[in-house]
Design a binder for this molecule. Structure first.
Ligand code: SF4
Length: 381
């Protein structure tokens, strides 16, 4: 469709940041998906001191500081290390790719499993996994993380824990065997050539190598991703494009520990209502929840166009999800969306029920035309 973006094959970390149009992107992986108030306050302070003060939430439940420079990076790392947010080295950091649901409770196995899995992945004999390979602990009352980008799931099943992949059938495990079986499955992935299959992802390997026969247990349906609002564990709040100012994170830290979600929302532990802070999305019917947009130009070096102002302008006119992507890579929404606008060197391409690299039904669209006539999005030739 257009000039191909560069596929890095790895995700940025804190120790291995990625260059973007506005400086280095430094990705912090909160342990077990949770930030203490001191950690969240510290990240906000460091983002102002050593970055441009903008903080992103990623679709892998991580927190990104933007606008860091090579000169400010070492001091930032020292600050993050003091907050216990830095791994031993870049290899450990890359492997500790674990997403947990924000709905865990002390009564379920999520937190102990997260600690045990992180330790197993940092062991000297841990399997050497590709940069984007990830684990999900979907072990709260009901699975809710089936759609996140990952490779191995430990999840709640009909009568206990299951070890699963993208396949329909799973393996029954116990809290005692779960982590060892997850590591064994990661080893199986490596031994069967998964590292070189389709950018090193489990789904690609399963296209040509079936799981062992012992994966024969049924899975239970997952619930849909939640909306902002209150839940038993606290208040879920969203942010335009998953981005906030450091001041917002500091204000949220004053309300309690924060659980980071893969839906670019934060759960404020124990909060009975969403706080009244600027920049927060607190209502399920907020039009901004219908748009997803990556950094785009000028913040991303690969972008062929601006994305977020366009998405913001189109949001009130939408009935379906619109993904606006600065290039065909589709970082903000790797899966299909009802509507996608992908920036190309010759204008925006419109894709229906596809990904940012899908086949367009219209192309050469300008942002000005789309804003003047949003009905272009739904009038198909
Ligand atoms: S999808 Fe967006 S953020 Fe990702 S590389 Fe392309 S322009 Fe950059």
């Amino acid at each position: 469709m257009n000039a191909s973006p560069i596929i890095q094959g790895w995700c940025p970390g804190a120790l291995r940041p990625m260059q973007s149009g506005d400086g280095l992107v430094v990705r912090v992986r909160p342990r077990a998906g949770r930030l203490t108030p001191d950690q969240a306050r510290g990240i906000a302070r460091l983002a102002r001191l050593h970055g441009n003060g903008l903080i992103d939430l990623s679709n892998r439940a991580n927190v990104q500081l933007r606008g860091v420079t090579p000169a400010s990076h070492p001091a930032l790392i020292e600050g993050l290390r003091a907050l216990d947010l830095i791994d031993r080295d870049a290899a450990d950091e890359a492997r500790r790719n674990i997403i947990v649901p924000p709905f865990w409770t002390e009564a379920d196995a999520t937190q102990p499993l997260a600690d045990a899995l992180a330790q197993a992945l940092a062991a000297a004999d841990a399997p050497q996994l590709p940069g984007k390979f990830g684990f999900v602990l979907d072990t709260a009352a009901t699975p809710c993380l089936r759609d996140v980008s990952a490779d191995i799931w430990l999840e709640t099943g009909p009568d206990g824990l299951l070890l699963a992949t993208q396949a329909d059938r799973a393996l029954r495990v116990t809290p005692q065997t779960a982590v060892a079986e997850a590591i064994a499955l990661a080893r199986w992935f490596v031994e069967n050539g998964g590292v070189n299959a389709g950018r090193g992802r489990m789904a690609a390997l399963l296209q040509r190598v079936p799981l062992p026969d012992r994966f024969d247990a049924p899975r239970i349906p997952a619930t849909a991703p939640p909306s902002p609002g209150t839940v038993a564990q606290g208040a879920l709040v969203g942010f335009e494009f998953g981005q906030m100012q450091a001041e917002t994170l500091a204000a949220l830290a004053d309300l309690g520990p924060l659980r980071v979600t893969p839906w670019r929302m934060l759960l404020i532990e124990g909060a009975g209502a969403a706080p009244d802070l600027p920049g927060l999305i607190t209502r399920a019917d907020d039009p901004m929840l219908r748009v997803v947009a990556c950094t785009g130009a000028p913040g991303c070096l690969q972008a062929h166009g601006e994305t977020r102002n366009l998405a913001r302008a189109l949001a009130p006119h939408l009935r379906e999800t619109l993904h606006v992507s600065g290039c065909t890579k589709g970082c903000a929404h790797p899966g299909p969306a009802a509507l996608t606008l992908t920036a190309t060197p010759t204008g925006f391409a419109l894709i229906r029920n596809g990904t940012a690299s899908g086949t367009p039904i219209r192309d050469g669209l300008s942002a000005a035309d789309l804003i003047a006539s949003p009905s272009i999005l739904t009038e198909f030739p």
